[in-house]
Design a protein around this ligand. Structure first.
Ligand code: GDP
Ligand code: MG
Length: 660
């Protein structure tokens, strides 16, 4: 059975070294804790009630700092066979002083000499043949007022901390009260009552029996009349301050304690159930039975937690590789993952690509329709432009220059919608990049790479936009640079010959607008009369012809502008969105330029297996790209530690079960 307590001690020590202190301090939020599920014994009591003395007499050593050393100490002690111990026994005097010093140093280290308290226990293992197996936690005494150098909050701090420890159902409470004080005023009993009202896990200990006033005794307490508990009360007599000053050793003081009870007129009938040794044995036995009953549930919770931690570790992902080749490879893999998501958005599968079609199908036609050709081709403006083109000599037949000028100036209006379409496509693409980065699961842990990738993509999209803009403007300019002569050839001649009466053609009666269907052949009515070459009808007809021509061009551009945008922007985004980025990350003296992803992958693989100076120089930059969210790295670290703890605990428990 001894191995059971040894097991708990071992797991508990592993807990403290791997940062599992339960969640007494609110740290490690969300991490499972093994500490919480382990049974332990906490010694509680008011200041100078004799807590440290009780502990020391269990262990047979005086090593605990006295006075304001408020550090929590977890003590594990268990039997070592005599031989193992005697080897170190010679140095024991020095050792205990060293241990005390160490605890004090550790306390200062953790609390920064402020005499504040820390809920993290110091783990101290005592190997000695003179002690039984126990795991004990020396809680700081309950303080009434802060002393010099302590913060005012210390009273509350200590109370909260002690409370959080003993409130756990796995905690066995060793409630220490001095016999020379009224039990009704005992801090220990007050606390025990609060957290363990049925007295199921509280062991009442009465110290300083030897200091009671002559003529009084503690039988009412020890026999359970004053304060009923489910466990028996145990009285002890520890070393007095005088004994401590005289360096009375533990063995001697225990003997004196035994003698005290054996010879006491008040307590001799209870002698077999009194004293530190009996208390230690009682606790040890109780602790063993508690551990034994808890092992199955501890084991199953350990197994479950291991599964959970492993799942979380998988989700977080493995730590980033350290060599440049592997880092580059990782970066490329991540880029590829992003690229895949981005393409799914464009090609379908994920939403968003359809918004580009929306630009071509709605936005562009609507913008074309809104162009102010009605105003531009008003009778007044047509007259004005044509007259200006004529100069001092009005045109004799068809106003060739007037037509050209009207058309050229009119076509310039198309630049606006062309550029607007390019911009609209640009913004859709940009938004898709942003969305894709967010949706690429693998990228989540690398905020730096995310932003660098976004910046590189935006830069590329900007270049594509510029190219697309130039191309679509060029399409418009091309229309203006060479007019479709066929259109004019097909215009009915009679208009110009003056055989068609102005006003009989419906289209010439209406103000010219973009109504291509009805304007295709503005002079179709051949029963025209002679017209006044300089009358309104003449100019209306010119306006109407120009309007029809512009409508035709508008129809063409409505089809060609999307082609330019797709060719320059969408197609390039699919083909070469990350090319510049690849070149940037892969740029070294060894490989000055990477023209394709494939080159880069080869290079990264190659450099992975032949690490050289260039890799190292590059490594820094790559490592920066793979900077992870610090919170995530911390979480991975914490999970890994916890996992290690749980696995070793599982192994330990298994080995004990086997050996039984
Ligand atoms: P703590 O503050 O609760 O840890 O109390 P300590 O163990 O440091 O004890 C405080 C003082 O009481 C020390 O001077 C001890 O020597 C003394 N003391 C503790 N228990 C007894 C006891 O049973 N008898 C006598 N005479 N003195 C005791
Ligand atoms: Mg103490």
């Amino acid at each position: 059975m001894e191995s059971l307590i040894g097991l708990v001690n071992k797991i508990q020590r592993a807990c403290t070294s791997l940062g599992d202190f339960g969640d007494a301090d609110g740290k490690g939020v969300g991490l499972p804790t093994l500490w919480e599920s382990l049974p332990s014994v906490a010694v509680v009591g008011g200041q100078s009630s004799g807590k440290s003395s009780v502990l020391e007499s269990f262990v047979g050593r005086d090593f605990l700092p006295r006075g304001s050393g408020r550090k929590l100490i977890a003590l594990s002690s268990w039997h070592r066979d005599q031989k193992a111990f005697s080897a170190t026994a010679a140095q024991d005097g020095r050792r205990t002083t060293l241990v005390r010093k160490e605890i004090e140093d550790e306390t200062d280290r953790v609390t920064g000499k402020t005499k504040q308290i820390s809920p993290h226990p110091i783990h101290l293992s005592i190997y000695s043949p003179s002690v039984v197996n126990l795991t004990l936690i020396d809680l700081p005494g309950l303080t009434k007022v802060a002393v010099e150098g302590q913060p005012d909050s210390i009273v509350q701090d200590i109370e909260n901390m002690v409370h959080s420890y003993v409130a756990k159902p796995n905690c066995i409470i060793l409630a220490i009260s001095p016999a020379n004080q009224d039990i009704a005023t005992s801090d220990a009993m007050k606390l025990a009552r609060e957290v363990d009202p049925t007295g199921e896990r509280t062991f009442g200990v009465l110290t300083k029996l030897d200091l009671m006033d002559k003529g009084t005794n503690a039988l009412d307490v020890l026999e359970g009349r004053s304060f009923r508990l489910q466990r028996p009360w145990v009285g002890v007599v520890n070393r007095s301050q005088a004994d401590i000053n005289r360096n009375v050793d533990m063995i001697l003081s225990r003997r004196k304690e035994r003698e005290y009870f054996a010879t006491s007129p008040d307590y001799s009938h209870l002698a077999s159930r009194m004293g530190s040794e009996y208390l230690a044995a009682l606790l040890s036995k109780h602790l063993e039975s508690v551990i034994k009953s808890r092992i199955p549930s501890i084991t199953s919770s350990i197994n479950q937690t291991i599964d959970e931690l492993e799942a979380e570790m998988n989700h977080i992902g493995r730590p980033v590789a350290v060599d440049a080749g592997a880092q580059l490879y990782t970066i490329l893999e991540l880029c590829r993952a992003f690229d895949k998501v981005f393409k799914e958005h464009l090609d379908g599968g994920r939403p968003g690509g359809d918004r580009i079609y929306g630009v071509f199908d709605n936005q562009l036609p609507a913008a074309l329709k809104k162009l102010p050709f009605d105003r531009y081709l008003s009778l007044q403006n047509v007259k004005k432009v044509v007259s200006e083109a004529d100069g001092y000599q009005p045109h004799l037949i068809a106003p060739e220059q007037g037509y050209r000028r009207l058309i050229e100036r009119g076509l310039a209006y198309f630049r606006g919608p062309a550029e607007a379409s390019v911009d609209a496509v640009h913004f859709v693409l940009k938004e898709l990049v942003r969305q894709s980065i967010g949706e690429t699961q693998e990228l989540k842990r690398f905020p730096t790479l995310q932003s660098e990738l976004a910046a590189a993509c935006y830069e590329a999209l900007e270049r594509f936009r510029e190219d697309s803009r130039k191309t679509s403007i060029r399409l418009v300019d091309m229309e203006a640079s060479y007019l479709t002569v066929d259109f004019f050839r097909k215009l009915p001649l009679e208009v110009e010959r003056g055989t068609g009466p102005a006003g009989t053609n419906p289209s010439t009666n209406n103000p010219p607008g973009v109504t291509p269907a009805s304007n295709k052949h503005p002079g179709a009515n051949s029963a025209a009369a002679t017209i006044d070459r300089y009358g309104d009808g003449h100019f209306r007809r010119i306006g109407s012809n120009v309007s029809a021509y512009i409508s035709m061009v508008s129809e063409t551009l409505r089809n060609t502008i999307p082609k330019a945008a797709v060719y320059c922007q969408v197609r390039e985004a699919k083909r070469s969105l990350l090319n510049h980025f690849y070149t940037k990350v892969g740029k070294t003296e060894v490989a000055p330029l990477f023209n394709s992803l494939l080159d880069l992958i080869f290079w990264s693989l190659w450099s992975r297996y032949s690490c050289n100076a260039t890799c190292v120089a590059q490594g820094d930059h790559l490592a920066k790209l793979l900077d992870e969210d610090p919170a995530l790295m911390e979480r991975r670290l914490q999970c890994a530690k916890r996992l290690e703890l749980y696995k070793s605990a599982r192994d330990d428990i298994e080995s004990v079960s086997w050996s039984r």
